[in-house]
Design a protein around this ligand. Structure first.
Ligand code: WTA
Length: 631
C-alpha cells in the first residue's frame, strides 16, 4: 500500500498534494499494483466530449492484483466468508488460494463457452460466493460483466440483456430471501424469450428446486467447471478496457448502462477501501449491500479483495429469522468494519433494543453508511446502540457513476458530525454551483454538487450512447461533472448531502427514475396518464406516490390501485411498487401541457396550501380535487 492516511494532518497534506499535483499523487498510489506494462501518462481528459483516460496505455489484469499477487504473501488468508440466508446452514470460507482456483476454473469454463475479451455477460444471481467468482472470472478473461439485481423482473432483466447484447447469462435455480424462495431461473427463461443475443445460460444449483433446462442453451455450473484446470492465463487488458457495465436509473427514460474501465477503477476502489474504513490485515469487513448494486461491486468484491481483505457476504435479509440477525453475524464472525444503509438502520430501530440482547458487538471498530442521507436520529441510534459510542461512523457519499466513495470521513481520523459526509477524499475536487452554474465559494453555502476534476474511477460513458452520458452529466454545467445532488457546505467547510435535485427518487437506498415508474404504470391497459413523485417515508427515506388518470368503468379505485402496483411489480420489480396510488381525474398542468410536479410533490408531502406561483396552472379545480382525495 502506497498511501495510508493515519492522521488528520496527514489527510490534509495528501489532499493538498492530490489537488496541486494530481498526477504525482495518483502515480504514487498506482505504483503499488502489478502492471503488465507501465502507463505512459497518468491522465488525459476533457469534460466536453467527455473523454477521460487514466494510466494511459498501461496494461494489466485486475484479477492478477486480486488473486495472483496475494498468493505470494497470504494464500491461506480467508478472502470470503459467506453467511447463508438460513443460520442453520453451514458458513463457507474461501481462502485466497481457493478463490484463485475457483475463479480460474470458471474462467476456463467461460472461455470454453466461446466467450472472448469484450463480450458481455449478465449475472443474475443470489448473494453467494459464486457471484463474486463469476465477476472475477469475467474480468480474468476480459469479458464485461453486467450484474442485474436478482429482485428485478423478467422485463427489466430482458431490457438490460438486450441493451448490452449479452452472450451469456449466469444465474441459479432459485434464490433464498428470508422465508421465501424465489425461482430466478424461471425469470431468466421468461426474459430470454425476448433476448435473442444470449447463447448460453449457466445455472448454479443453490436450492435444488426444479428448473427447466433448455438443451443446447442451459448448463449446470457444476458440470461446466468439472475437470477444468485451476490455472487460467489472465487476459492482458488496457487500463481503459471495459471492466463492467452497471445499469442505473436516471431522470429520463430507461436505465442507462454506466461503464467502468479497468485501471482507474482498480486503483481508486482499493485506495478508498483501505483508507475510509482504515482496514488492517486480518480484520473482518462486512458490507451488507447486494452485488447487484455499485456498493457491492466496489466494496464487497473489488476494493476489499484488491486489498487482500477478508470480506463477508451475506445472502439473507436483516430481519430473518429475526431482527437480531445482523448482530448475530457480527458476533459470530467478529466483524470489525460494518457498512450498511440508513434504511436498514431505521428498519431495525423500529424493533427496539431487544434484538441486541446477548450479542457481543465488541469486535466492531468502524461503522459505515451509504446510499441515502442518514438522518440525525438514525445516526445517533447507530452510533449509540451498534457502535456503543466507541465506533466512528463513516457517512460515505458517492454514486454508481463515481465508482467509489467521494465524500466521507476517514474512520477515526476526520472528526464526524451527524448527517454530514464531511470532507472530500484525496483527489476529489467538489464545487457547489447555483442554478446558473455560478460557483458558490466559501463556507455556509447551498447549491448543486459538481466535481471539477476527473478521478480514476469515474464513469467513462453510458453503454452504446455516449451522447446520453454527455447530456446527463456534463452539459448542465460547462466543464464539470454534475452529480444530480443538492448539497450544503457549512461553516466548517463540511459537506451535507441534501438529496436529489432531479427526477430521481431514492427508495430504501435504491435509485429509481420517476419516469421509469410512470412508464411501467402506463402499461396498465386502463391507465391514461400518470405522474410519480417521492415523499418522505420514515423507514424507506422516500416512498413512491403515484397520481393516475384511469378509465374507471367496471373498476373500483381499490381494485385498480392494486392492479397498478402489480403492473409495476411485473415490469420493474417489487422495489418500484408505489406506496400510494391516487386515482385522479386530471393532473395539474401548465397551459403548455407540462405537469407541475412541484404541486404534486407538496401534496404528497402533506402540504395543501402555499404552492407558490400557480398563475400558469390551466385548471385550478384539479388541484382542489387532488388535495381532497389525498392518500
Ligand atoms: C444518494 C450508491 C446522502 C445520492 C453508492 C446519490 C447519498 C445516490 C449517500 C447514488 C450519502 C448515496 N448521503 N445521499 N452518504 N450515498 N447517496 O448510484 O442521492 O445507487 O446521488 O450509488 O444516492 O445512488 P447509487
Amino acid at each position: 500500500m502506497s498511501i495510508k492516511i493515519q492522521t488528520l494532518s496527514g489527510y490534509m497534506h495528501e489532499y493538498q498534494k492530490s489537488v496541486l499535483q494530481p498526477e504525482a499523487f495518483w502515480s504514487r498510489v498506482a505504483e503499488s499494483f502489478h502492471w503488465k506494462k507501465h502507463w505512459d501518462e497518468v491522465v488525459q481528459w476533457n469534460f466536453e466530449e467527455p473523454k477521460v483516460e487514466w494510466f494511459v496505455n498501461g496494461k494489466l489484469n485486475i484479477t492478477e492484483n486480486i488473486l495472483d499477487r496475494h498468493l505470494y504473501t497470504h494464500a491461506n488468508r480467508t478472502a470470503i466468508i459467506w453467511e447463508p440466508n438460513d443460520p442453520n446452514e453451514k458458513t463457507r470460507k474461501l481462502t485466497y488460494k481457493e478463490l484463485y482456483e475457483q475463479v480460474n476454473r470458471f474462467s476456463n469454463a467461460l472461455r470454453q463457452k466461446g466467450l472472448k475479451k469484450g463480450d458481455r455477460v449478465v449475472i443474475y444471481m443470489p448473494m453467494v460466493p459464486e457471484a463474486a467468482i463469476a465477476m472475477l472470472a469475467c474480468a480474468r478473461i476480459g469479458a464485461v460483466h453486467s450484474i442485474v439485481f436478482a429482485g428485478f423482473s423478467s422485463t427489466a432483466l430482458a431490457d438490460r440483456i438486450n441493451d448490452c447484447e449479452a452472450k451469456v447469462v449466469l444465474t441459479s435455480d432459485e434464490n433464498y430471501r428470508g422465508s421465501k424462495t424465489i425461482p430466478i431461473k424461471a425469470v431468466v427463461d421468461e426474459s430470454l424469450e425476448k433476448s435473442p443475443s444470449v447463447e448460453s445460460v449457466i445455472v448454479l444449483k443453490r436450492t435444488g428446486g426444479k428448473v427447466d433446462m433448455k438443451e443446447g442453451r442451459d448448463y449446470w455450473w457444476h458440470d461446466v467447471v468439472e475437470g477444468q484446470s485451476t490455472e487460467c492465463p489472465a487476459e492482458e487488458m488496457d487500463s481503459e478496457d471495459m471492466l463492467f457495465i452497471l445499469y442505473t436509473s436516471g431522470s429520463t427514460g430507461k436505465p442507462k448502462g454506466v461503464v467502468h474501465t479497468t485501471g482507474g477503477y482498480m486503483v481508486y476502489t482499493q485506495f478508498t477501501f483501505e483508507n475510509v474504513f482504515q482496514y488492517s490485515a486480518g480484520d473482518v469487513y462486512w458490507c451488507t449491500a447486494d452485488v447487484g448494486w455499485i456498493t457491492g461491486h466496489s466494496y464487497i468484491v473489488y476494493g476489499p479483495l484488491l486489498s487482500g481483505a477478508t470480506t463477508l457476504m451475506f445472502e439473507g435479509v436483516p430481519t430473518y429469522p429475526d431482527a437480531g440477525r445482523f448482530w448475530d453475524i457480527v458476533d459470530k464472525h467478529k466483524v470489525n468494519q460494518f457498512y450498511t444503509a440508513p434504511t436498514a438502520i431505521r428498519a431495525l430501530e423500529a424493533y427496539g433494543l431487544k434484538p441486541f440482547e446477548g450479542k457481543d458487538l465488541s469486535s466492531l471498530k468502524v461503522l459505515g453508511s451509504v446510499g441515502e442521507p442518514i438522518n440525525e436520529e438514525a445516526w445517533h441510534w447507530y452510533h449509540d446502540h451498534v457502535g456503543k459510542g466507541r465506533c466512528p461512523i463513516v457517512d460515505t457519499w458517492w454514486q454508481t457513476e463515481t465508482g467509489g466513495i467521494m465524500l466521507s470521513p476517514i474512520a477515526g481520523i476526520t472528526p464526524t458530525k451527524p448527517s454530514y459526509a464531511t470532507l472530500p477524499l484525496p483527489g476529489i475536487q467538489p464545487i457547489i454551483v447555483d442554478e446558473k452554474g455560478k460557483e458558490l465559494k466559501g463556507n455556509s453555502v447551498e447549491g448543486n454538487l459538481c466535481i471539477k476534476f476527473p478521478w480514476p474511477s469515474m464513469l467513462r460513458t453510458t453503454y452504446g450512447d455516449h451522447e446520453r452520458c454527455r447530456q446527463t452529466y456534463f452539459s448542465t454545467y460547462k466543464g464539470m461533472y454534475f452529480t444530480g445532488d443538492g448539497v450544503k457546505r457549512d461553516e466548517d467547510g463540511y459537506y451535507r448531502i441534501l438529496g436529489r435535485v432531479d427526477d430521481v427518487i431514492n427508495v430504501s437506498g435504491h435509485r429509481m427514475g420517476t419516469a421509469e415508474v410512470e412508464n411501467a404504470i402506463n402499461e396498465h391497459p386502463l391507465v391514461v396518464e400518470s405522474a410519480v413523485v417521492g415523499y418522505p417515508h420514515d423507514i424507506k427515506g422516500q416512498g413512491i406516490y403515484a397520481y393516475v388518470i384511469a378509465d374507471m368503468t367496471n373498476r373500483t379505485a381499490a381494485n385498480l390501485e392494486n392492479e397498478i402496483r402489480e403492473t409495476v411489480n411485473k415490469i420493474i420489480g417489487p422495489i418500484a411498487k408505489p406506496d400510494k396510488v391516487q386515482i385522479v381525474s386530471g393532473l395539474p398542468k401548465t397551459r403548455s401541457g407540462k405537469i407541475m410536479r412541484r404541486i404534486l410533490r407538496k401534496v404528497a408531502e402533506g402540504q395543501t396550501d402555499n404552492f407558490g406561483d400557480t398563475s400558469t396552472l390551466l385548471d385550478p379545480s384539479v388541484v382542489e380535487e387532488i388535495i381532497k382525495n389525498r392518500k
